[in-house]
Design a protein around this ligand. Structure first.
Ligand code: SF4
Length: 349
């Protein structure tokens, strides 16, 4: 793109954002804490899903101090259903650090924000630009898609060299612009116009500057050399019921689902059979939960223990079915909970 074309692109993009930006709760504030929470929630989660969680979160944890002072279980409970729970744990840890070391106020620069737990380069730039007006560009999947299309960039986006180049292009584009609005305009364009599969080029505010559109094949960008291989896995879980209670296990703090509650589960069927001594018993299938995690497609086969079963570890606990809503579960196990509540309501009535 020529140097002369860039000011037009910037102007058109910002004017469009001024007209078309969606009214979202975190866009009505300059509060760095609220912008931070929204950015963390929006990682890997759709805007429509985040809105309710964000509003509920702000009622319970309206500022850094209330989050820092809250027990982790409370934080996880307010996150339950959003997935990728590491985000909530990091948010909590970072809030405690900010309360302790910065008097409860977030640092003002992207470089300092980037030092906090769970705040990567993208999030640091988003907070610094939106809340503090720092000229720091963001780069994520959406922005990568827009930039590679605007410039018809043939480079492999799987390569760190290309990503470094894209950070430079993004930083060059944001120069002398209103940084918070410019970053949000890029995010908005990626979310509402420049879609991965069917970009709406006909209504795009920067269509005149877009080289991929001029070439007639926007979806050829971004270019990625290797296709990711998706692996299929089968896991196994057991529902043990006794006297209106079910058996749960709390996950160790350091794991992927640290601190959350789950039904006993295993990567192999034989491990389940051995641990609960089920060899001679007939297992009743309860349900199958299909879900995805990073490059895995997981089929979780859930069985019901024929006679209740017994706790197999210190982290196990019998919980009344009527109390299940008080516990935080990862999404696949929440679906088991819903099924149990349904069948329990049927039995109880
Ligand atoms: Fe994306 Fe099409 Fe706009 Fe280019 S013209 S930025 S491909 S929506």
């Amino acid at each position: 793109m020529s140097k002369q074309a860039t000011p037009l692109l910037q102007k058109n993009l910002l004017a469009w954002y001024g007209r078309e930006a969606r009214d979202l709760p975190w866009r009505r504030t300059q509060d760095p804490y609220k912008i931070w929470v929204s950015e963390i929630m929006l990682q890997q989660t759709q805007v429509a899903t985040v809105i309710d969680y964000y509003n509920r979160w702000m009622r319970r944890f309206p500022d850094v101090k209330s989050l820092a002072d809250a027990p982790l279980a409370d934080v996880l409970e307010h996150w339950a259903g959003l997935g990728y729970y590491r985000r909530a744990r990091m948010l909590h840890q970072a809030a405690q650090l900010v309360a302790r070391s910065y008097g409860g106020r977030l640092p003002h620069t992207a470089a300092a924000l980037n030092e906090l737990p769970g705040i990567g380069r993208y999030t640091a730039a988003a907070i610094a630009s939106i809340a503090f007006g720092e000229s720091s560009a963001v780069l994520d999947g959406n922005v990568i898609r827009i930039l590679t299309r605007l410039f018809a960039l043939p480079d492999d986006v799987g390569s760190p060299k290309t990503i470094a180049k894209l950070w430079d292009i993004a930083q060059e584009l944001i120069k002398d612009q209103a940084p918070g609005d410019f970053n949000q305009a890029m995010m908005e364009l990626g979310a509402t116009v420049c879609f991965p599969k069917n970009p709406s080029c006909g209504v795009c505010p920067v269509a005149d500057s877009c080289k991929a559109r001029a070439k007639g094949d926007p979806t050829a960008f971004p270019f990625k050399k290797r296709k990711e291989i998706i692996e299929s896995l089968t896991n196994f879980a057991l529902v043990c019921r006794k006297d209106g209670r079910v058996l749960l296990r709390q996950q160790p703090e350091e794991g992927r689902w640290g601190g959350l509650w789950m039904f006993p589960f295993w990567a192999k069927r034989e491990h389940m059979v051995r641990e609960f001594d089920l060899k001679s018993k007939k297992l009743k299938p309860f349900m199958t939960v299909n879900h995805g995690f990073t490059k895995y497609r997981i089929s979780l086969k859930v069985y019901e223990h024929p006679s209740g079963g017994a706790p197999g570890s210190a982290r196990s606990k019998w919980v009344p079915i009527t109390d299940l809503s008080k516990y935080a579960f990862p999404s696949p196990h929440q679906r088991i909970v819903r099924e149990i509540l349904k069948t329990h309501a049927g039995t109880a009535s």
